[in-house]
Design a protein around this ligand. Sequence first.
Ligand code: TPP
Length: 361
Amino acid sequence: MKQKELNPIPIYRYLDAEGEVIERLPGWTEDKDILLGYYRNMVLGRQADAKAVALQRTGQMGTYPSCLGQEAISTVTCALMKKEDVLVPYYRDHPGLMVRGIPLSDILLYWGGDERGSSGDHWGKDFPNCVPIATQACHAAGVAAALKIRQDSGIAVCALGDGATSKGDFLEALNLAGAWQLPVVFVINNNQWAISVPRRIQSGAPTLAQKGVSAGLPSYQVDGNDVIALHEVINEAIGRARSGKGATVIEAISYRLGDHTTADDASRYRSSDELQQAWGKEPIKRLRTFLHHRGWWDEQQEQALIKDVSQQIEQEVQNYLNTPLPPVKDLFDYHYANMPPALQQQKQEAELRAAGGQSHE
Ligand SMILES: Cc1ncc(C[n+]2csc(CCOP(=O)(O)OP(=O)(O)O)c2C)c(N)n1
């Protein structure tokens, strides 16, 4: 049997890398506001990302995972969710978190090592960032099971990377979602790399989406740099979950244009040619070209947006930097019901040594 026959998965794409239309467009694309909303959030996500990397480089924040190149997937996924749905994100979902109403200052606080970044009221029922790989897939299936049992109208949406699909947690979550027809959508951000491990050696499966087929789930591939294709596929999957028809797996194909995190140097394991080619397919320029062709965007609007977004980011960065550090005892509390004596002693010493009144600056 040929490799092609092992790949039962359709792939959706409406815009080519140059932003040219290659398929008959769905009707909703006549709605300028939807596409301009996507564009604005993607630009915000990219600028905020660059700022976060700069904060880390200047010692004002901890290790940070850039979402450069994945802005479309996160933005569209979250824009299509309702407030009462539950987002179970992974650690590159910053643009989507902002769509969900999480201030950038909270995102920066989290990566600045301050847990209060995950705990404000605006998080609603959404889950905090997940750094362990694929554990959140099981959480999402559990949330979806609870929603179903309670006959709640909400759904769960789980984001994860291509590397996460190699973990048992992912397959267990899919199995449960299929067996119980759970209202959950799994969105795989296939950015081609799991730290330094390329996609081609992560799995023998020709696509990652088809891992959903074994669980009996509708499974798709979509160009993750094409907001129109993403909207179509994710919207349908969300509708399926909401109407009680069960879960969907979506493999959104993109490329990680940055390092894995600020602690990584991707030039050590991937070629500059490959990176350059990937830049030719990135999502923001693609959408901007499409908007230009429609006559919905020009250079003046672009400059105004950049200015507006920069001001918003500066304000959020100041909010982050001005936030007083949490009390040092927070490093010790909330883990043990009964703290072991050695830690109690460390806690006392740390509290004695801590200087008051510091901020994240
Ligand atoms: C359970 C677990 N194992 C290993 C790691 C170390 N680790 C951090 S990121 C990463 C790769 C994840 O790749 P992928 O799922 O493709 O997401 P990406 O970072 O590429 O967006 C690994 C193995 C971890 N965080 N958690």
